[in-house]
Structures are given as structure tokens and as C-alpha cells.
Design a binder for this molecule. Structure first.
Ligand SMILES: [Fe+2]
Length: 246
């Protein structure tokens, strides 16, 4: 086991500044909400290990599934907000624990697991984020009831949280992390299928694995609006506004 490195202390000033800005964004005009939240999420991505755009990629995958499932615009909006901020509660978790390659102690597991509820407690304080906060709290619940924090099972877990769970796991498997090299798409899909009905909602896995072929998170911005629905990349199906911020 490696010696415990001196971990970066929680940057209280950075977190406070994020929350103050979040408060301003939510109090501001409605049409500025999503663009501003997208910018803020990119900054949260720089503060939360692994600093590599995890929240934004999870948002891509989540929206890809949500669009395939034909969710309402209102649900897509809640899904996007929740996905953008889903690991907000990891701000403040000991970085050594998050990046540890060896087996975690019980206390460390508890600390990591607490991020879902911490995110909920922080974000549910903002009236406009109440719905998204519930999704964030539940994004580690598992379909068979073995998840956390409340061991919810099946449809008792909201559909949006079940979608983020699949997107989150796919990104965790395919991204390079300190403790593993990212898996190729096919292997990660096989893992999702192997855990469908246990960890994951099988219908959500089916949509993601079988109906979204190209899972590259960064689609090229189409040259013209006309190419949005005719491009080869699955992400070209996204709402046009989607291209403006990622
Ligand atoms: Fe999480």
C-alpha cells in the first residue's frame, strides 16, 4: 500500500464562491439558467477528482438516453440539471480517498457514499433545484435495492436517477482513472448488460447499449442547423441548443 499522500485541503473559498454564483444563476432570468449551469458544471469538474469532465460527459450520456426514451422537455431539463451537478457532494471529500487504488476502509466507503446525500442537502436548499436534488440523492441507488443511501428498488427509484446511474457507470468504466485504464466501449457495454436488472434498470441499459451506437461524448458542432437531424453521430439528435455549450 502506498503511503498516504498529503491531500489537497477542501477549498472552502472555491465551494463558497460556487454556491454564491449558483444562487445568482438561479435568481437570474430563466433563459440564462441552463447556459450558466453548464459553465458552472465545467468548473465543478475542475474541482472534483478526477478533474476530467466527468459531469459533462455523464450529462451527454444521460441526455442521449433521455432523448431516445422520448422524455418530455421538462424531464430533459431536470435530467440535464441533475446530471450536470450529480457529484456536487464530492466537493469536500478527501481526495486521497477518491483516488485510492487499494481497498477502501469502512470509514472511507461511508465518506464516499455520503456524497449523494451531501449533494442533496446542499442543492435542495435552492428551491429551483429541489427536483434535481432528489435525482442527485438517488443516483447511486441500484435496481435490485442494494444501492445507497436508501436502498430503493426498481421503479421506486426515479427514472431520471436510473438513467444517470447507467451514464455514470459507463463513464466511470471508460474513462482513465488513477486506479484503472478506461475500458473500450464494447467491454463497458457488456458490463452494463451483465448488471442489467441487478445494478441497472434493464430498459435504460437496452436504450443506451442497443439504440445509441456512437457514444463519443464530443460531437462536432454541425455546420448548419440543417445537418442536425441528418448527421451520422447519435448526438446530432440533441436539441440544437445543446451544441452551444459543450
Ligand atoms: Fe456519484
Amino acid at each position: 500500500m502506498k503511503n498516504k499522500p498529503a491531500h489537497k485541503k477542501t477549498d472552502v473559498a472555491a465551494i463558497t464562491s460556487l454556491l454564491v454564483r449558483l444562487d445568482r444563476i438561479l435568481a437570474g432570468p430563466k433563459d440564462g439558467l441552463l447556459p450558466s449551469l453548464r459553465k458552472l458544471a465545467k468548473e465543478v469538474d475542475q474541482l472534483v477528482p478526477y478533474y476530467d469532465g466527468h459531469m459533462v460527459r455523464v450529462t451527454f450520456y444521460s441526455l442521449a438516453i433521455g432523448l431516445k426514451m422520448d422524455l418530455s422537455r421538462e424531464d430533459l431539463l431536470t435530467l440535464e440539471v441533475a446530471a450536470l451537478l450529480h457529484d456536487f457532494g464530492k466537493l469536500g471529500v478527501d481526495e486521497y480517498t477518491l483516488e485510492k487504488e487499494d481497498q477502501l476502509s469502512d470509514d472511507e466507503v461511508v465518506e464516499i457514499h455520503h456524497h449523494a446525500e451531501r449533494g442533496f442537502h446542499i442543492l435542495s436548499g435552492f428551491a429551483k433545484l429541489e427536483q434535481a436534488a432528489v435525482i442527485i440523492r438517488d443516483h447511486h441507488e441500484k435496481y435490485d435495492g442494494s444501492g445507497y443511501p436508501a436502498h430503493k428498488r426498481g421503479p421506486a427509484i426515479s427514472l431520471l436517477a436510473r438513467i444517470i446511474a447507467v451514464a455514470d457507470a459507463y463513464d466511470a468504466m471508460t474513462a482513465d482513472r488513477p486506479y484503472h485504464k478506461g475500458l473500450p466501449q464494447k467491454k463497458a457495454e457488456a458490463e452494463l448488460l451483465a448488471h442489467a436488472g441487478k445494478q441497472f434498470d434493464p430498459q435504460v441499459v437496452d436504450y443506451f447499449v442497443n439504440h445509441i451506437k456512437n457514444k463519443k461524448p464530443r460531437a462536432k458542432r454541425p455546420k448548419s442547423r440543417g445537418s442536425i437531424s441528418s448527421g451520422k453521430n447519435q448526438f446530432t439528435e440533441y436539441l440544437p441548443v445543446f451544441y452551444n455549450y459543450y
